[in-house]
Write a new protein. Structure first.
Length: 264
């Protein structure tokens, strides 16, 4: 956590209505106190858990709208906590913002692959964390504007309903995270157009800068859920050296892709 002076103005307020509940899972009491303090001043209702097992107990009782999850926890690490939260079958998956130590790229990517909606690296700015939390919650909870109803998007047997935030393929509902759904809708709205990872990070995530592996991992996860053969994707294809393109009616399989490189 970076030390910074108290904010001269509070962060943007959460959405109107009852306070959004945020569970902060962090074993460092100083970090936990600062994060919960910033969130409380921003209008969130917070609770704190200091280890992985306590986090699962508090999540079941507190029913948070979002979980801030440290990866390095006693008892049960953050990755396993995320796995178990994602396995919960009593409602939509709770959004997760992970806290990761700087340089732990493998853990960060694994966290995204498990379905984390965002991550913040340590040392971090508490004000930035509050802003990221607000962004994730707005995407997860805000319906599209009523004045401009969005049509259901279709590509073969794949459909996405932006208003209902539902997607299915061949009549089977797809279990997409908020970011995966936003990425799918954006690509389906721009068929045949190539977008670089930088463009997707800006236009889907709303970030002016950030780790491009975020886009890489979400494209990979999306392919696993919408492609007949994720190893040879035909819907979300890679244009080497340029970016990604959504092909609604591919005529032929995409070329075999290497395991590593600038783009997946």
């Amino acid at each position: 956590m970076r030390h910074e002076p108290p904010p001269t103005a509070p962060p943007p307020a959460p959405a109107p209505g009852p306070p959004r509940r945020v569970l902060v899972v962090e074993d460092d009491p100083t970090v936990a106190e600062v994060v919960t303090g910033y969130l409380s001043r921003a209008g969130y209702a917070t609770e704190h858990a200091a280890d992985g097992f306590a986090a699962l107990d508090r999540a079941a009782a507190f029913r948070p709208h979002l979980v801030v999850l440290d990866l390095m926890l006693p008892g049960l690490d953050g990755l396993e906590v995320c796995r178990r939260l994602r396995r919960a079958d009593d409602g939509p998956a709770v959004p997760v913002v992970m806290l990761t130590a700087r340089g732990e790229e493998a853990d960060r990517i694994l966290g995204l692959e498990l379905g984390a909606d965002d991550y913040v690296t340590k040392p971090f700015s508490p004000r930035e964390l509050v802003l990221r939390i607000g962004s994730v919650l707005r995407r997860a909870e805000s319906p599209p504007p009523a004045a401009a109803p969005a049509p259901v998007l279709r590509a073969g047997d794949l459909t996405a309903d932006p208003e209902g935030r539902r997607a299915d393929r061949a009549g089977r509902a797809l279990a997409l995270t908020a970011r995966e759904f936003d990425l799918l809708v954006f690509l389906m709205r721009h068929p045949g157009r190539v977008f670089s990872r930088e463009e997707l990070l800006h236009r889907v995530w709303g970030w002016e800068f950030g780790d491009l592996s975020t886009v890489t991992v979400h494209v990979r996860r999306l392919r696993e859920k919408i492609e007949s053969d994720p190893a040879a994707p035909r819907l979300v294809t890679t244009v080497w050296g340029a970016g990604y393109r959504f092909d609604p009616a591919p005529d032929s399989p995409a070329p075999e892709e290497p395991d590593e490189g600038c783009l997946p």
